[in-house]
Ligand binder design. Structure first.
Ligand SMILES: *[C@@H]1O[C@H](CO)[C@@H](O)[C@H](O)[C@H]1NC(C)=O
Ligand SMILES: *[C@@H]1O[C@H](CO)[C@@H](O)[C@H](O)[C@H]1NC(C)=O
Length: 407
């Protein structure tokens, strides 16, 4: 079961055209700067994988299997050019009158999106669990804009938000309204639901009593979108949801009885399900917004698996942090291999969400309720088109989050 889901995850990434960057040791070396993972060659690691297989530790066993999938896929993917189109850069001054809110904007894809959207002139609010990290991110966005354009964009802000804490989510709209970012613009043009966790190794329950993947990737964003909906620009706005091709792991569809891993918790399944939930919500949100006559365009996307901080969840937070400072062991690298394997660089991986947030992709009619990958709209499988499930999930989510959508 675990093996099959890991394999299908690997394989779907392999078959999704250009989804994977097969990363030979030479290109890993170029990442060293940011990730501080030493370069290595694949074969000795594969040879040593048997050590890990013998471990009785559950997580290890799981990772070994993921790796098995990765290895199988790598053989397929080897030699295929997989980086996707070159990074999308919205033109300077094209977003001067837009306010864009990005969840999880202090790192990875969110930060990259903030930088490029800010370069185009947008006012940015990036959310972060930690004020300090948020402020550091604001500075790095400002520095980037200056470097790119020679001009300052001072309209970059950060506000604290913890999606795994519904109190924090519910108080966010008020905080935004009172922030200087909002005084400039008075309404939100784009909400980018970007923050997320991937394959949390063990079942973890948030203080609100929900499984962590479910809450951070789905329920928290659901409640946030509900809270911010009244602040969306009535003349037209976009809600851009970073989903994933990993929703295909959940191709059997949503099990309404196992939303919080009550019956069974598998890290990649939980991740796949949360990403399926994102798509179902995009569809349901679009349907409701249309019915209410609101000019909201809801769209979901797959960024391509990207080298970001998400791999920390594969090895665990503490381990990940210590690995960045020390020479990781072969076994540790082995665990991270799948994460590096299926990766494109962050600058390319962020392109689709930047593109959609810059109001690209065609007319609003063309973009509504769609799923994009590599800046193109893609067909969805039946599980992601199940509007009955979408409706059920909407209702259940309102109850769980204790909010009511004004749609
Ligand atoms: C994004 O996903 C969240 C959580 O699943 C959902 O509440 C929200 O409506 C979605 N929005 C869009 C545009 O898909
Ligand atoms: C919406 O459009 C109207 C009419 O053009 C304009 O007066 C108003 O300022 C716009 N609102 C926002 C939030 O952009």
């Amino acid at each position: 079961m675990k093996l099959s889901s890991a394999l299908s995850f690997s394989l779907l990434l392999a078959t999704a055209q250009e989804a994977i960057a097969f990363t030979p040791s030479s290109s890993l070396a170029t990442q060293k700067k940011t990730q501080k993972i030493p370069s290595f060659s694949i074969s000795p690691l594969l040879a040593s994988s048997s050590d890990v297989e013998e471990s009785t530790d559950d997580r290890r066993g799981f990772l070994t299997k993921v790796l098995g999938g990765a290895a199988a896929t790598g053989i397929v993917a080897n030699g295929i050019s997989v980086q996707g189109p070159s990074p999308y850069m919205p033109p300077v001054n094209s977003l001067n009158d837009k306010l864009i809110v990005i969840t999880g904007g202090n790192t990875g894809l969110g930060l990259e999106s903030a930088k490029r959207l800010a370069t185009a002139g947008a006012t940015i609010v990036l959310t972060s669990r930690s004020v300090e990290k948020g402020e550091r991110a604001v500075q790095s966005v400002k520095d980037y804009v200056m470097e790119q354009t020679g001009q300052a964009n001072d309209n970059i802000y950060t506000l604290p938000l913890d999606l795994c804490n519904l109190e924090s989510v519910k108080s966010f709209p008020e905080k935004l309204k009172n922030s200087p970012a909002f005084q400039n613009r008075q309404s939100i043009d784009v909400l980018m639901n970007n923050a997320g966790v991937m394959a949390v190794p063990d079942l973890q329950i948030t203080q609100d009593g929900y499984e962590k993947t479910f809450q951070s990737n789905h329920l928290g964003h659901f409640a946030l979108t509900a809270g911010l909906e009244p602040l969306l620009n009535p003349n037209g706005s976009r809600v851009v949801n970073v989903s994933s091709m990993a929703h295909l792991i959940a191709s059997k569809g949503l099990d309404m009885e196992n939303l919080n891993g009550e019956k069974d918790y598998q890290p990649w399944n939980a991740y796949g399900l949360s990403k399926l939930e994102n798509i179902l919500f995009t569809k349901e949100l679009q349907k409701r917004a249309d019915e209410a006559g609101k000019k909201i365009t809801a769209v979901a996307l797959h960024p391509g698996a990207v080298r970001t901080d998400l791999p920390r969840y594969i090895v665990g937070e503490d381990k990940f942090v210590s690995m960045q400072d020390a020479q990781p062991s072969a076994a540790d690298i082995l665990k991270l291999l799948p994460a590096f394997y299926f990766t494109k660089s962050v600058d390319r991986g962020a392109s689709t969400q930047i593109y959609l947030s810059a109001f690209q992709g065609g007319s609003e009619e063309n973009v509504k309720g769609k799923f994009f990958f590599n800046m193109k709209d893609m067909k969805l499988n039946p599980a992601a088109l199940d509007m009955e499930k979408a409706k059920d999930l909407w209702k259940v989510s309102e109850d769980m989050a204790g909010i009511k959508f004004n749609l």
